[in-house]
Design a protein around this ligand. Structure first.
Ligand SMILES: [Cu+2]
Length: 238
């Protein structure tokens, strides 16, 4: 077999395995639960990065495996292989392709980040208060306090996060969002829940003995149910 033929065979194997890999990735849901607009963006980034990495992985694995099998030296061959000389066009191509990939992925990531951050406007304000070792949620415009984070579906919520004592981190895996709670500072994030249901919030910053128990329920309700919940909570306020 000529070198050109070997190259053609290796490229064909690379193309087939890459295509299979991409199909497998696209058929796999990477985030177990996607319940917010932000989680959709995060999931899109996971899918994009994984899809992009499949042909690159195959570019490493296929030539290595193909060479190891096809050009294997016989057991009694102790000689060195032929010396390798540089190939300027190949090296230049390598640098350019890597550069384009990195810049493309950085642009993709920046767009996603801006999408998650969004503008300052929100339909609802919630204050997530953290302390060793519990979360409490205040709704300043509604005069409600709750141990559970209850949100209306399809409304953009601004969650400001504060800490009474040490570093904590507000994390709702189903929403794809996480933000540190820093004593003496106010941090915030935005979330737009898209699927009604019950989820969980978990402190994601080791904060002492009770860290693993620093969880809170998260409920996403239809707007009318949310309003009923608010009305139910309000009379308890002095
Ligand atoms: Cu904590």
């Amino acid at each position: 077999m000529t070198a050109r033929r070997d190259l053609a065979v290796a490229v064909a194997i690379w193309a087939v395995l890459s295509a299979i890999g991409v199909v497998v990735v696209l058929g796999t849901q990477i985030l177990p639960v996607i319940a917010s607009r932000e989680a959709e963006v995060v999931n899109g980034a996971f899918v994009m990065l994984t899809v992009a990495s499949v042909p690159i992985l195959m570019l490493v694995v296929v030539p290595s495996a193909y060479s190891a099998i096809r050009f294997r030296a016989s057991d009694d061959d102790e000689t060195d292989g032929p010396p390798i000389h540089g190939h300027r066009a190949f090296e230049a191509g390598w640098v350019v392709v890597s550069l384009v990939l990195v810049i493309g992925l950085a642009a993709f990531g920046t767009i996603g980040l801006l999408e998650i951050r969004g503008g300052p406007d929100a339909d609802l304000e919630v204050r997530a208060e953290s302390t060793q070792w519990a979360w409490e949620f205040a709704y300043p415009d509604l005069g409600v306090r709750s141990k559970e984070l209850v949100l209306p579906v399809d409304r953009r919520v601004r969650i400001t996060i504060v800490s009474d004592d040490v570093l904590h981190s507000f994390y709702v895996p189903a929403f794809g969002i996480k933000q540190d709670a820093v004593p003496g500072r106010v941090t915030y994030l935005h979330v737009t829940p898209t699927v009604t249901g019950t989820y969980g919030a978990q402190c994601a910053e080791l904060c002492g003995l009770g860290h693993t128990k620093m969880v809170a329920g998260v409920a996403v309700l239809e707007l009318s149910e949310f309003e009923a919940w608010v009305a139910e909570q309000q009379p308890q306020q002095p």
